[in-house]
Design a protein around this ligand. Sequence first.
Ligand SMILES: O=P(O)(O)O[C@H]1O[C@H](CO)[C@@H](O)[C@H]1O
Ligand SMILES: Nc1nc2[nH]cnc2c(=O)[nH]1
Length: 282
Amino acid sequence: MSKKIVYEDIQEMVEFVQSKMTIRPTVGIVCGTGLGGINEVINDKEIVKFSDIPNLPQTTVTSHAGQFVLGRLPCGKEVMVQQGRYHFYEGHDQSIIVAPIRMMKLMGVETLILTNAAGGLNQSYSIGDIMVIKDHIYFPGFAGNSPLVGPNDKRFGERFPPIYNLYDRELRKKMLKCAEQLGMDFVRHGIYASVAGPHYETIFDMRFLLKNGCDAVGMSTSGEAICGAHIGLKVVAMSGVSNKFVDSEEVENFVDGDEVTQVVNNGVSYVSKLLERFISEL
Ligand SMILES: O=P(O)(O)O[C@H]1O[C@H](CO)[C@@H](O)[C@H]1O
Ligand SMILES: Nc1nc2[nH]cnc2c(=O)[nH]1
């Protein structure tokens, strides 16, 4: 387990990044598996590798590059893109997983956009759909693995943050409206189940999640969203549906990490287009 990152560490990391960068972002984007290409739509790029930033370890998931890309969108908004995230199953302390989110806040970000690859549970979903996250069930949090467990530093946020409107209602409406304007009829609005992983689910795991209202399942995002809300960011999130649960004990529900990356990567231009429109309207 890596060391715990405290407020002073985040300050040091932010000072390091700001000493190298001229961009002052107001929007932060976390790229999920296969979604690193979001940064293609960004101009005037400034890049800093996680490995060069004090206190940040390497990401160990090969499809996650491990760098921040700062730059400007065509609409003029300045953004900070986290290309590669840390996952709980990599063995990191929760404070590492959410350190980039806390950095974003201290760098001036106001709106946090989280993306991920997820398995589709809802039987009406298709591979390649995009799901704007309406709400989540955060299983690691139920089991005592929320990033907010431990002494609370008030500079990050209050001890008992309300998260009733975690995935901001107005931002979700805006995102769905943008999708409609762009004619993206494959953009859904559903519930994300966040599990610890790294293994995928059994058939009965998936039946359980589906029966309890979950539309997609993945191994990230919820802790980052909670941490974002704790520190005062407005949060919106979306999943790229990379595989689909076939509810049958006779059929192979085969999921493969490389395939997940490839499928989501094929849809990255839609995600980018949607984000570009959405951010221009913030
Ligand atoms: O949630 P992101 O980082 O997009 O990655 C998803 O894809 C990986 C599994 O293929 C898992 O890490 C899962 O959480
Ligand atoms: N847990 C989980 N994570 C995923 N990430 C992409 N697909 C899946 C899936 O089916 N299950």
